[in-house]
Design a binder for this molecule. Structure first.
Ligand SMILES: [Zn+2]
Ligand SMILES: [Zn+2]
Length: 487
């Protein structure tokens, strides 16, 4: 490897370029535009010769590997071609009907045949659920906030049986969700999305982050991912090396960088934005929130993925769901973990002028006039924030990319609240489950619960007006009962 090269592109994907929109090198991946070094892993590997920014390097192939991992997790239990050598592998019949023939029945379950490789498979969950009442009881207890131990005692089952049921229920939920997701993305005229992320288990310091993106208005969650793989082992070098594969795993001997825990976020908007920029700059890699951890405990099983890889794969997946000719607007919390990924994978859309990306913080009253908007340049990057404040409200917008830089419009409409609410609700509802002492380093048991929660949140949970997220999007006319979710 000659010094000075960027990591190789993979399948046409090259995510290494300057991420400063106003810079001449934005979106450009010719190595001579950058100072690239990988002798010292503690120093920036790539510095933009134009603007001095130092976007962390990525292994493009590993982003694709992560995308493959996320997609195969999403379709666990979904009816899809199971032949890894086939081009239809993992593409479910719900989203790719044209790839399969209906091919009779197996008992009461629908059978399909792949048009490419002729492999047949059954839709496991198309038949009746003979555990319906039992699983309905189990879910009701889970949603009431009981711990696994208590649920097992009440239903007289052992933990293994409990988790088997949870897996089955999650599979049925994924199947139901796939149908509604497909209905949405094929019929929507445009997408107004809100992304957000949190530590999955805030008290565990286990490095597992949970990213979610949903419809900003209705709160319908389209996609969620976690940077943790239950069935893999971390391999590769200790320091991140984007020039070798694998590069995406956090090593067992990862050590924390932060000397003091993050202070609680300020209530004053400008102070909070400034504070967040300081937290970001304190990270060894500005795109990796693990750099803010003061304590770290590796999950006792499985592999942790470096968060940027999951974030890039998350946005690659989300944007692949939105048809190219439909406009996509994404509201983000102020964090390069999401910003860099959303911006980089949107490059074709930025050129085609079919995307808006922005940071959003704070709240503005409905129909409240915007008499005065301050423009403030903040943080090391001198990001341009538009801020509106009065006695009761304060809201800031930092328009990151797109051709509609209209602060007034966005101060009135942009919001990440629906997705942030979804995540905080999960953590509130399942806090005893999340914080069980033996669960702290075993996040795997939470993953199927995330799918169940997404299904419940999108299809069953009714807002103050008695309407579900799926109803607001016009995907269905009625709320779904828990029982229906399971059948
Ligand atoms: Zn630059
Ligand atoms: Zn096939």
């Amino acid at each position: 490897m000659a010094s000075g090269d960027l990591p190789k592109e993979a399948n046409g994907l090259q995510l290494n370029f300057c991420k400063t929109l106003a810079c001449d090198n934005f979106g450009m991946s010719e190595a001579q535009r950058y100072v690239v070094q990988h002798a010292n892993p503690k120093r920036p590997a790539m510095v933009c010769r134009e603007c001095g920014a130092f976007p962390p390097l990525l292994n493009n192939q590993e982003v694709l590997n992560e995308l493959q991992r996320l997609r195969s997790y999403h379709c666990t239990g979904l009816p899809a071609c199971r032949n890894e050598a086939c081009e239809h592998f993992g593409l479910s019949i719900h989203t790719h009907k044209h790839l399969y023939h209906a091919f009779g029945y197996s008992g009461d379950r629908q059978r399909y045949r792949c048009k490419s490789c002729q492999l047949t498979f059954v839709d496991k969950w198309s038949g009746a659920n003979n555990k319906l009442t039992f699983q309905e009881n189990l879910l009701a207890l889970l949603f009431t906030g009981y711990s696994v131990r208590e649920i097992c005692r009440k239903l007289d089952i052992n933990p293994k049986t409990f988790y088997d049921h949870i897996e089955h229920i999650a599979s049925r939920c994924r199947r139901k969700l796939a149908m509604f997701d497909a209905r949405w993305v094929t019929h929507a005229d445009q997408f107004e999305l809100a992304s957000h992320y949190v530590a999955l288990q805030p008290k565990s310091n286990n490095g597992v982050f949970w990213l979610a993106t949903g419809d900003a208005k209705s709160g319908y969650i389209l996609c969620q991912n976690v940077n943790y793989s239950a069935n893999e082992e971390p391999t590769g070098e200790s320091d991140h090396n984007p020039f070798t594969t694998p590069a995406r795993f956090v090593p067992y001997d990862y050590s924390t960088e932060a000397s003091q825990p993050q202070a609680p976020l300020a209530t004053d908007l400008r102070e909070r934005i400034d504070q967040q920029y300081q937290a970001i700059l304190a990270r060894g890699n500005v795109e990796d929130p693990m750099g803010n951890l003061t304590y770290f405990h590796y999950p006792s099983k499985g592999a942790l993925i470096r968060p940027p890889y999951t974030s890039y794969a998350h946005f690659l997946h989300v944007l692949s769901l939105c048809p190219d000719d439909k406009r996509v607007t994404v509201y983000l919390p102020q964090d390069p973990l999401l910003r860099s990924a959303a911006l980089s994978v949107s490059l074709p859309r930025i050129k085609a002028k079919t995307v808006d990306l922005m940071y959003v913080d704070g709240k503005w009253g409905t129909n409240l006039p915007l008499n005065k908007i301050d423009i403030v340049h903040m943080g090391w990057w001198r990001d341009r924030w538009a801020i509106a404040e009065n006695n009761d409200y304060a809201k800031g917008i930092c328009y990151l990319a797109g051709d509609r830089n209209d602060p007034k419009l966005w101060l009135q409409t942009a919001s990440i609240e629906s997705t942030a609410f979804y995540q905080s609700r999960f953590q509130l509802l399942f806090q005893s489950f999340i914080n069980e002492p033996r669960r702290k380093l075993r996040p795997a048991g939470l993953l199927p619960v995330l799918d169940i929660f997404r299904a419940w949140h999108n299809l069953c949970y009714q807002n103050k007006s008695g309407v579900t997220a799926a109803q607001s999007l016009g995907l269905t006319s009625n709320p779904m009962a828990l029982r229906e979710l399971l059948s």
